[in-house]
Design a protein around this ligand. Structure first.
Ligand SMILES: [Zn+2]
Length: 516
């Protein structure tokens, strides 16, 4: 009799009640905020003695869907359910049933990319997005090939970690996925296969810095040697098309005299040819699936002059490209994980004209790379881009993980800091950073209670920021990780601490852009 009552209650209960009853019957705790109902069932992340798992309770007519998932089946009140591990196969099946978890191209308004090197930050990013308000479109899966190599993660793992994180946080408002700083066709192929929808092509290696410093004869010779065939152009026709031409950029004249044209072409012509080839490869591998293209020249030595931005955009357009965003190299210094270094008035003048060019020749978004922790320029950038902006952050979520660690596991944090100081001079080579080991606090002079304050120190921040790859891949002779496994376990044991750190830090990034 009791059984009948319980069954009857299950059948008439709402889907959320059925889910909680199934979880309770199996001895699992539903992660608060993670349960989601769809036409074919209810879904949640649960804590189990074996760690986090997916719980699926299909609707009565949909029990066949359980065959798509790996895991253990159970039964409650006559209804089957399944708890499964967080595998790639289960992530793919989940995206089929909850389509908002599947990455898609971004809407045209303000967007933000949250790099997540550990694969555990998405719930904290969601909390920050909700707290900041506004309608900022998120990119949770965002990683450059350099970061994937240094962290030993695959493109698929980056996508899947964002799937699980946004599922756990109950995020149903859509998301993009950015394969960042792609340099080769092979990178594009691998990231397209994993489900990325935003492709940031970095032709930085094809930008010729001699254009800014070379003498007239060198520049003339470099112009003659431009890859005219790949530009589908000739020196004569480029000159006829652009020399002497002035573009009206919202009332400001940006004009190509002969010298400016030759310098812009020498500096960016090979980059335009490279981006074009990458774009055509991307179109081939996407086979008609929609995507966002971003063109980034931020990691180059010299700033992108307005006339050079116009050159790149008008040439890419002539070659048939369509792109969603472009990252110029702005004036000043965008070092990793610290505030903007430079003259704010000069940055304002620079972003104003680049944003105007993007409106006139697009519209497309201005992408602000190395965008984390640049608190002094957010209001300026938000004001002048008028909602056409993509803010890209990468390593600052890793630094927040270290902050959480400094609070919860000071001994492990101290060991990472000591190791980072040893590695820094080698690891800094591929970054624009100016911190020095001599400038950073000596570990022996910092008490356990003071360790979190290292995350406020300019030198310590940059040192911890650029050594992430060495820290995460350092291994013992038997192959076990020196730091990475314990770091991940600590974050998983104290999710509240990590999420709180991320929310507090990212709200400061997002609020200036949220109201536009
Ligand atoms: Zn960048």
């Amino acid at each position: 009799m009791q059984d009948t009552t319980s069954t009857a209650r299950c059948e008439t209960a709402g889907p959320d009640v059925r889910l909680h009853e199934a979880a309770a019957a199996a001895g699992f705790a539903v992660v608060p905020g993670s349960s989601t109902a769809s036409a074919d069932g209810v879904w949640a992340m649960v804590h189990t003695p074996a760690g986090r798992r997916l719980l699926v309770v299909p609707a009565a007519a949909q029990t066949a869907l359980l065959a798509e998932f790996e895991g253990e089946r159970g039964e409650h009140g006559g209804a089957p359910f399944l708890s499964g591990p967080l595998t790639a196969a289960n992530a793919a099946a989940l995206r089929r049933h909850l389509p908002w978890l599947k990455p898609r191209p971004l809407p045209q308004g303000t967007s933000a990319g949250f790099g997540d090197r550990l694969g555990l930050a998405t719930p904290g990013h969601v909390r920050a997005l909700r707290a900041a308000g506004g309608s900022i479109a998120p990119v949770f899966a965002q990683q450059s090939i350099r970061e994937m190599t240094r962290t030993g993660r695959s493109p698929q793992a980056v996508i899947d970690d964002a799937t699980w994180g946004s599922f756990e946080a109950g995020w149903t408002d859509g998301q993009g996925a950015d394969a960042d700083h792609l340099k080769t066709a092979a990178d594009i192929t691998a990231c397209a296969a994993a489900g990325f929808t935003m492709f940031t092509i970095d032709p930085g290696g094809h930008v010729d810095p001699r254009a800014d410093a070379g003498g007239p004869a060198d520049i003339r010779a470099a112009w003659d040697r431009l890859p005219w065939d790949r530009l589908e152009d000739s020196a004569a026709s480029m000159r006829a098309r652009l020399a002497g031409r002035a573009f009206d950029i919202e009332g400001q004249r940006v004009s190509f005299d002969e010298g400016a044209l030759v310098r812009a072409a020498v500096k960016y012509g090979r980059a335009v040819a490279h981006v074009t080839a990458m774009y055509r490869h991307l179109c081939d591998v996407m086979g008609g699936r929609p995507f966002d293209l971003e063109v980034s020249v931020d990691e180059t030595d010299t700033p992108t002059a307005p006339v050079e931005h116009v050159f790149v955009a008008s040439e890419l357009r002539r070659l048939g490209l369509r792109w969603a965003s472009l990252a110029p190299r702005f004036v000043g210094r965008f070092e990793k994980g610290v505030d903007y270094i430079g003259d704010l008035a000069a940055f304002e003048a620079d972003v104003r004209v680049h944003a105007a060019i993007a409106r006139v020749l697009g519209p497309y978004k201005i992408s602000l790379h190395s965008g984390s922790d640049k608190f002094s320029i957010y209001d300026i950038a938000a004001q002048h881009t008028r909602g056409l902006i993509h803010l890209k952050t990468a390593g600052t979520s890793y630094l927040e993980a270290l902050r959480a660690l400094a609070r919860s596991a000071p001994r492990l944090f101290r060991a990472i800091y000591v190791f980072a100081l040893e590695r820094y001079d080698q690891d800094r080579a591929s970054y624009h950073v100016s911190a020095t080991v001599a400038g950073a606090p000596e570990p022996a002079r910092v008490s356990d209670a003071e360790l979190p304050e290292l995350l406020e120190d300019f030198h310590a921040r940059e040192i911890l920021h650029v050594t992430f790859g060495s820290v995460l891949t350092a291994s013992h002779a038997d192959g076990t990780r020196v730091f990475a496994d314990d770091l991940r376990s600590m974050l998983q044991a104290h999710p509240e601490v990590y999420q709180e750190c991320l929310e507090r830090h990212f709200v400061r990034h997002l609020r200036p852009f949220a109201g536009r």
